[in-house]
Design a protein around this ligand. Structure first.
Ligand code: PGA
Length: 251
């Protein structure tokens, strides 16, 4: 049995005081939720406020990015060790917005995933095809390349510490959610890639999240798919009631 993960990616939204206000409302709404791990990934500057607000709760904190070096002359960057020291347990790696606007590649993602693992963070490695790639029937080719370039370079032990998020770019922030069947098909393909390299155990134990316009009214259909082990939620994670409704999709 793979334990569900419901993760919120706040992107570049909210100040520290808005973060504290979010958790004031959010905490009681999910206090009974034991069926899933709950993770919130705010901007860097909000991490201390988030960590403080979540102390003693089951809500975990993650970052949206990291640098692969432990420290050094890398202006504007933040290391895995710094994230750990701030209370993070998770970090998103290679989100499609980072690939598109900040030039992230499988190569940089691999360095980041390894650095995260070494520091004891769980990386959520994001992959997904763009609209023209789906329309050109290139989805499997793209996902295969994104898997091979990063996940394919890990040892079995490293791989055990990784979570994957399938986020088709055409569904991110567009309101155009993948149907449960489309998402499950992509997840099944990803899991086959994993099985080839890490065997049945590796494939059966790996959690693959779906992301892209997940909302309270579509989360149940997605989570009903055996292949889908959780959600990575952008816009709908900014509001405490709406993200709580997503987390509480079950029973
Ligand atoms: P969205 O974003 O839920 O706003 O589509 C998802 C994501 O980018 O992780």
């Amino acid at each position: 049995m793979r334990r569900a993960i419901m993760a919120g990616n706040w992107k570049m939204y909210k100040t520290p005081s808005e973060t504290a206000a979010f958790f004031e409302k959010f905490r009681p709404l999910v206090s009974g939720a034991t069926h899933a791990e709950i993770v919130i990934c705010p901007p860097f500057v909000d991490l201390p406020a988030a960590a403080e607000a979540c102390q003693g709760t089951r809500i975990q904190i993650g970052a949206q990015n990291l640098h692969w070096a432990a420290e050094g002359a890398f202006t504007g960057e933040v290391s895995a060790g710094m994230l750990r020291a701030t209370g993070c347990q998770w970090v998103i790696v290679a989100h499609s917005e980072r690939r598109e606007y900040f030039g992230e590649t499988e190569e940089t993602a691999l360095k980041k995933v390894r650095a995260a693992l070494e520091a004891g963070l769980t990386p959520i490695y994001c992959i997904g095809e763009r609209l023209h790639e789906r329309e050109g029937e290139k989805t499997h080719e793209v996902l295969g390349r994104q898997m091979r370039g990063c996940i394919g370079q890990l040892t079995p032990e490293q791989f055990r510490g990784v979570v994957i998020a399938y986020e088709p770019c055409w569904a991110i922030g567009t309101g155009r959610v993948a149907t449960p069947e489309i998402a499950a098909d992509a997840h099944a393909f990803i899991r086959r890639q994993i099985r080839e390299q890490f065997g049945t155990d590796g494939a059966d134990n790996c959690r693959i999240l779906y992301g892209g316009s997940v909302k309270p009214d579509n989360v149940r259909g997605l989570m009903a798919q055996d292949e889908i082990d959780g959600a990575l939620v952008g816009g709908a994670s900014l509001d405490p009631a709406s993200f709580a409704a997503i987390v509480n999709f079950w029973p």
